[in-house]
Design a protein around this ligand. Structure first.
Ligand SMILES: O=C(O)CCC(=O)C(=O)O
Ligand SMILES: [Fe+2]
Length: 705
């Protein structure tokens, strides 16, 4: 058969790219009409206007000269919101099954743009009663007559034009015009979302859509009206973009090789918009990103006064290494939207090829930027998830109010059940933008500033409106998001309080480097005195900050027997100490006992399980020659006691240590960050040895009293 596939696309955009890719996949050659022409067919980018009819008319006139118009088949479709799902052969074969039909229009559930015309339709008791002009197939001779039936202005509605011809009974029968009511070729998505099922994970290699009302597998899909985002979602799978066996085939197709000699120049836009746990590690990560700094333009925006000292130090130390640098400080009183606009303008008006946006909640591995650049996608985020939660930096779907909605594949993507690069309606925190996309005239409408919505929501909403596709990749594990929800900067060393909320960073900074050797197979645990075990637990940094938290609080007990903090108000063997609940660390410390101390106990006092460990007395003791220098012999009211050294003998103090009287055995050379663990109340009668110089700090818990 002689088949010509035509579309009108005045503008090049991601929708057109997707359309052409789907055509290529099925070996379909498309002729694009109106390329580069100014669009005068109405102000919506998608809704076709009469201009489409007029451009088509010119083309068909030309074809009439050379082609056999009785035999020549024309397929005309929109392009920004259309995908081919089958080869021409299949499409034409299906077309020929329509009896008494020379032209077949796609059909939909809404009579649009003039609903009053619904009454004139011959057949309405069908799945899709009404004509949609986004796609049709037929013979040149009849289509030529249709487009030449009457003049149409560029701004007039093409669907109304074709509808009136169809509703004209004489024309309908003389030109043999039918509608594809069952979506056996054309599936219009608007209003049909519950009829149409996306089938992935079938035994077939390629996902497809199925109309479960008409039992058809449509061959061309058209996201008419407000159903664009549904096609963005389907498009992740259709037209062999996804293989049930191989995963993301489109990702491979798009990948590009970065040439070391001609790496693109990137504006790295760093945003600190809110008080952020472990900001120090965030800043470190920035300078460790694997990319030549001579190719990076740094823009560092901090809007949090609390972080300014740290940010300033980073900027003073590293900014000179970058190709250029600029900063925006809290004292500049610039909103986030303004700051992001400054970034865009700086990049647009310079030689920069990409913007790499990264905000302070993002923790990315150092290869991430290179990966994003080589993905071949114009706007792409690395997927970042809050560990242990479904919270991420993208939305799989969006509801009609423009807020988060969960797509059917969201959880699979977040948990890496499926891996690929996904066209999604919202990304945030960290993403790469290719500037050529944003230098176009059309992209002037991209904005970060919309009333009453966040900058990232405004941005993504403007990209959706413009048909600029956003993607998120979960091809690899790129990192994660920190959780700022319970971050309280009024605390001394607030990061210390984050052991529950930001475990990864907390462990990295505060858990001893050698903690893990406790669990090495065949490890012989140190036992400096009988049944007194000795384990590395915390980092030096933990110990220093832990002491600083106590000293900043400063309200040490007076060492007398009267202690109002205790239920009975009386302490038989008092120390100068501060309890964890006084500094707001009780919950955190109990978590530490459960997560990091209990597993040690279970290794050495075999057969004793108590999870979670209970501990009412958790405190830091301070010994000083001129204050309380020692502690008299006693038992602890505990099943076992832990005694964590926070500083170092012979450096921070002289003397000190713990003596176990029954065994006449002392531990004097305690190690910063290491804990002693011993039975509490029968065998291990013990005393705190005299400190003769300096200050000794220990952290004590009476576990399972
Ligand atoms: O000073 C020491 O190491 C022992 C402290 C102690 O036994 C306690 O606080 O109960
Ligand atoms: Fe004790």
């Amino acid at each position: 058969d002689m088949v010509k596939v035509l579309t009108v696309a005045t503008d090049e955009n991601h929708g057109l790219e997707r359309f052409l890719y789907s055509a290529k996949v099925y070996g379909i050659e498309v002729e694009i009409l109106g390329k580069g022409k100014e669009w005068t067919g109405g102000n919506m980018n998608y809704a076709g206007g009469g201009q489409k009819v007029n451009i088509l008319k010119d083309k068909l006139k030309e074809m009439m000269k050379s082609e056999n118009s009785q035999e020549q088949i024309i397929i005309f479709t929109d392009s920004y919101d259309v995908m081919f799902l089958a080869s021409l052969e299949e499409i034409v074969k299906k077309f020929k099954t329509f009896k008494d039909t020379r032209v077949l229009f796609s059909a939909e559930q809404f009579c649009w743009p003039d609903s009053k015309l619904a009454a004139l339709y011959p057949k309405t008791e069908v799945a899709n009663p009404y004509l949609n002009s986004g796609a049709f197939i037929g013979y040149l001779s009849e289509i030529f007559e249709i487009v030449n039936h009457k003049p149409i202005k560029d701004k007039e509605d093409d669907q109304l034009y074709y509808t009136k011809i169809y509703l004209n009974k004489e024309l309908r029968s003389s030109l043999k015009i039918s509608l594809d009511h069952d979506a056996s070729i054309f599936q219009n998505l608007n209003g049909a979302l519950s009829d149409v099922q996306l089938r992935t994970n079938t035994t077939e290699e390629w996902p497809y859509i199925e109309n479960i009302v008409t039992n058809q597998k449509p061959l061309i899909v058209h996201a008419n009206g407000p159903s664009k985002l549904t096609l963005n979602h389907f498009g992740n799978y259709l037209a062999k973009s996804w293989s049930n066996n191989e995963g993301c085939t489109l990702c491979l197709e798009k990948r590009i090789n970065l040439k070391e000699e001609e790496l693109p120049s990137v504006m790295m836009a760093v945003f600190i918009e809110q008080a952020t746990p472990f900001l120090e590690e965030f800043l470190q990560q920035l300078k460790d990103i694997d990319y030549p700094k001579s190719k990076i333009h740094l823009l560092l925006r901090n809007n949090v006064e609390y972080h300014e000292v740290e940010v300033d130090e980073f900027y003073q130390t590293y900014s000179k290494q970058y190709a250029s640098s600029k900063r925006i400080k809290p004292s500049d009183f610039i909103t986030e939207a303004e700051a992001r606009t400054i970034v865009m303008e700086r990049c647009i008006n310079s030689v920069c090829d990409y913007i790499f946006n990264i905000d302070s909640l993002s923790r990315v591995k150092k290869a991430t930027l290179r990966y994003l650049l080589s993905s071949g996608y114009d706007v792409i985020a690395p997927m970042l998830v809050r560990p242990g939660q479904a919270w991420s930096n993208f939305w799989g779907a969006i509801n009609s109010a423009g807020f988060y909605a969960r797509s059917s594949d969201y959880m699979d993507i977040v948990y890496y059940g499926i891996k690929g690069i996904w066209n999604v309606p919202f990304i945030t925190n960290c993403y790469l933008m290719k500037m050529s996309v944003f230098r176009s005239k059309r992209a002037e409408a991209v904005t970060y500033a919309k009333e009453n919505i966040d900058a990232d929501m405004a941005f993504c909403s403007s990209l959706r409106d413009l048909g600029i596709f956003m993607h998120v990749s979960n091809e690899y594990d790129f990192g994660h998001l920190v959780n700022p929800e319970n971050f309280d900067v009024t605390r001394t060393h607030p990061d210390m309080y984050q052991v529950l909320d930001n475990k990864i960073e907390w462990e990295q900074r505060y858990l001893g480097e050698d903690y893990k050797i406790n669990f090495e197979e065949g490890r012989k645990h140190l036992m400096p005195c009988p049944d007194v075990y000795w384990f590395p637990l915390m980092s030096k940094r933990f110990c220093l900050e832990w002491i600083e938290i106590m000293e900043a609080y400063g309200q040490w007990s007076d060492g007398s027997n009267n202690d109002k903090r205790l239920e009975g108000g009386y302490e038989a063997v008092p120390t100068r100490d501060i309890h964890m609940n006084q500094v707001g660390l009780e919950r955190q410390w109990l978590h530490i006992l459960k997560e990091y101390v209990r597993p040690l106990q279970e290794m050495v006092f075999t057969g004793y399980y108590h999870n979670p460990p209970v501990s009412i007395m958790n405190f830091v003791v301070r010994y000083r020659p001129d204050e309380q220098p020692s502690l008299r012999p006693h038992h602890d009211s505990s099943t076992y006691t832990i005694n964590l050294a926070l500083n170092t003998p012979h450096i921070d103090f002289e003397g000190g240590g713990c003596r176990f009287i029954r065994y006449n055995c002392s531990v004097r050379d305690t190690k910063m960050g290491w804990l002693l663990m011993h039975p509490g109340r029968l065998t291990h009668y013990h005393e705190g040895l005299l400190v003769t110089k300096g200050t000794r700090y220990i952290m004590i818990s009476f576990v399972d009293p």
